[in-house]
Design a protein around this ligand. Structure first.
Ligand SMILES: C[S@@+](CC[C@H](N)C(=O)[O-])C[C@H]1O[C@@H](n2cnc3c(N)ncnc32)[C@H](O)[C@@H]1O
Length: 226
């Protein structure tokens, strides 16, 4: 069978029970697969049928971290978030059909609306994976002062942030923001695969990471909290 086109993926995505989507421009409203509008803030335990801790992957693309971590930690829940439906389709389809991962869900919407989707303290961990470095537009970076307070508002008191990137600009900028905002930096590596000790989570390689590795770029990682 040939590769599915974007329209076919969008149509399929609309039927996936593990996906919530925003269909209106600049609106945080989310709909589930039967078209009903849903309020998920503070209610993720109802979706998952348990109150296991939640990890959120931002700019998840095809959701490699969401899927990979969900397999590693079946007693935790994982939610990938991205604006692009044809990318989310890959992870959501895998979670439903091949991986059969009930601990996975996806939100197709703007990360800017994150506080509308999660209550204070509802999220235990956030991964930012290979986000666009937004060269020339620092305010739009996912580690900018525009976004950091929103993450703080939804994270548990002992919640953790993980940032994995190939971009020296995003890495340096995130370090500056961590210092400027007086956040706690727990791990800082500018070339993770050169280290003798590897975190099991780093074994997960995203679509963009693979492209960067093929070009010989080094991968950077930060773990911090508020
Ligand atoms: C460079 S890709 C990385 C995707 C994936 N994490 C990977 O490593 O393969 C960046 C992703 O961020 C998403 N993105 C950027 N800004 C966003 C925003 N404000 N809200 C939702 N998604 C966003 C884009 O749609 C894109 O899929």
């Amino acid at each position: 069978m040939g590769k599915k086109g974007k329209l076919e993926k969008f149509a399929e995505l609309n039927s996936f029970k593990n996906v919530y989507q925003s269909f209106e421009v600049n609106s945080p409203n989310l709909r589930r697969s039967d078209g009903e509008m849903v309020q998920l803030k503070g209610k993720w335990a109802e979706h998952f049928g348990n109150d296991n801790p939640i990890t959120l992957e931002l700019a998840c693309g095809k959701g490699e971290y969401t899927i990979g971590l969900a397999k590693m930690y079946p007693k935790r829940n994982f939610i990938g978030m991205d604006a692009k439906g044809n990318r989310i389709w890959k992870g959501a389809k895998y979670a439903l059909e091949e991986g059969k991962l009930p601990n996975v869900a996806f939100i197709r919407s703007q990360i800017d609306f994150i506080e509308q989707y999660f209550a204070a303290g509802e999220v235990q961990e956030i991964w930012i994976t290979f986000a666009d470095p937004q060269l020339g537009k620092p305010r739009k970076r996912l580690s900018s002062p525009l976004f950091l307070p929103r993450y703080k508002n939804i994270l548990a008191a002992d919640g953790q942030m993980h940032l994995k990137t190939d971009s020296p600009e995003l890495y340096e900028y995130s370090l500056e923001m961590i210092e400027e905002q007086k956040l706690q930096l727990h791990e800082d590596h500018d070339d993770i695969y050169s280290l003798a000790e590897q975190k099991p989570e780093w074994e997960i390689k995203t679509y963009y990471e693979k492209m960067h590795l093929e070009k010989g770029l080094t991968i950077k990682y930060l773990r911090f909290s508020f």
